[in-house]
Design a protein around this ligand. Structure first.
Ligand SMILES: [Zn+2]
Length: 315
């Protein structure tokens, strides 16, 4: 299977050779030195190879699942209602950590979180929230076989095998009608039964900023990997305020059954992605992006397992 994937990558790379660097990293993967749980967002440990990542105790579904996330959201997934949150004042401490992949705010004791989501006859407790950004820095012009020319500003894309045109370009992380956004915020919730739900919020660069993003990811400056920094916000209602301030914005959301967007890409995740896009200031976006860089999985073709997809990534 691995050899087949490499063949696909080489084929597609050849197709786009005139504009995309010829994947020099293909020969750089060092299996002898390799930590089996290690993954990255590009290169020899990037998304095309996530199917071989080993997360102890978990089944990896990155390359053979059929409900993989993120996706390009469609109108038929849109719900017009309010998700029911029970938002108390938390007695659990919050700490932010850069884990090598994202900036993540974790609840020290999720049992005391007092932040609950009620959906699908389940009650979910907030576990953590984290961010995704695209690089937004690289610009390629890609000439496709038919002569169609598309300009994209990222370096990973994928196509369905034997279809000589681009299918998707990778961005943060869900999209709507092909539109990407400058940052994605994911709240991860877990029920007593062990089921997971994620609520996603889009942000675009703006003149105004976000208090939640600033207090969670910018002011603490969590630049050292795996070092947790307690949030010194002095406001135990930080998350409550966020949801309540934007209540009016959160009536429309996309709902579907998907997966984690990092290995092991476990399926059975109840996704809710709000349609409303919130503002993030340029300074806030830069501060976050400077730490996490590009950390968005490429768009998945829902219902197809990724063995059917050939990926191409630049450097
Ligand atoms: Zn996420």
């Amino acid at each position: 299977m691995f050899a087949t994937k490499l063949t696909s990558i080489l084929f597609v790379t050849t197709v786009f050779l005139s504009v995309v660097h010829a994947a020099p990293w293909i020969h750089e993967r060092d299996e002898a030195q390799h930590d089996p749980s290690h993954f990255e967002y590009s290169g020899p440990y990037g998304p095309p190879f996530w199917g071989s990542v080993v997360i102890p105790g978990k089944t990896n579904q990155c390359s053979n699942g059929t409900q993989q996330s993120p996706i390009d959201l469609e109108d038929n997934l849109l719900k017009h209602s309010y998700l029911e949150f029970v938002l108390g004042t938390s007695t659990s401490g919050l700490a932010v950590v850069y884990n090598g992949h994202t900036l993540q705010v974790e609840l020290e004791d999720p049992e005391k979180s007092k932040y609950q989501l009620k959906a699908y006859d389940n009650v979910y407790n907030l576990q953590q929230y984290h961010v995704h950004t695209p690089s937004g820095e690289l610009h390629y012009t890609i000439r496709v076989l038919e002569g169609l020319e598309i300009s994209v500003s990222n370096f990973c894309f994928q196509k369905k095998k034997n279809e000589p045109k681009l299918a998707m370009v990778a961005f943060t992380e869900h999209r709507y009608h092909g539109q990407y956004h400058d940052l994605g915020l994911h709240f991860v919730w877990k029920s007593d039964k062990g089921d997971f739900a994620v609520t996603g919020v889009f942000f675009d660069k703006s003149e105004t900023g976000s208090e939640l993003l600033d207090t969670s990811f910018v002011s603490p400056k969590p630049t050292t990997k795996d070092v947790k920094i307690p949030l010194q916000y002095g406001n135990p209602s930080l998350i409550k305020n966020f949801f309540e301030n934007y209540t009016h914005s959160f009536s429309d959301y996309f709902s579907y059954d998907g997966s984690l967007t990092t290995p092991p890409c476990s399926e059975g995740i109840k996704w809710h992605v709000y349609k409303e896009v919130l503002p993030i200031s340029l300074a806030q976006h830069k501060a976050i992006n400077d730490i996490i860089h590009y950390n968005a999985r490429d768009t998945q073709l829902y219902g197809l397992n990724t063995n059917n997809i050939a990926h191409v990534c630049g450097h």
